[in-house]
Design a protein around this ligand. Sequence first.
Ligand SMILES: [Zn+2]
Length: 153
Amino acid sequence: MTRRLIQTLIVTGALLLLSGCGGEKYRLSFEHAGFEAPKEMYAPGERVKVTYNLIGTDTDYTFYSDDVEFKQDYDPKQGYILRFVMPDHDVTLGVNSYSSMTYLPEPGMDPDPENIWGTKIPDDGSGERWFCPECGTENDGQYCSSCGMERPE
Ligand SMILES: [Zn+2]
């Protein structure tokens, strides 16, 4: 009887440890640099405060997480502040940043300045026509076809 009670107490205690105070903890991780959190591991239900201070001027930031809903604040001294209550699973936070002033092309897109208006500049490989200052011959090569003088810049 007494022994059974002790066993029950041990089992109950173990369950409490697992489900709550100081037992299982979940990891807070970040997809990008710039986030700061006081701890890496949190117990479920624990309040978490994350700051983000990698802030450039004229840059907009959008924070996201698939794992948790958070509240977002901004403090001029600390930067962005994200607050949430730790769920019973790992949480990953990320940020999208883009400049609100200049257009940044997608990586991998190679902007072609010659084709920006959709017009094709003819390129015959030898450049445009020029008149030789020495003999007056019209040329389209690198050297004058008549006297051999190099094309002036
Ligand atoms: Zn010439």
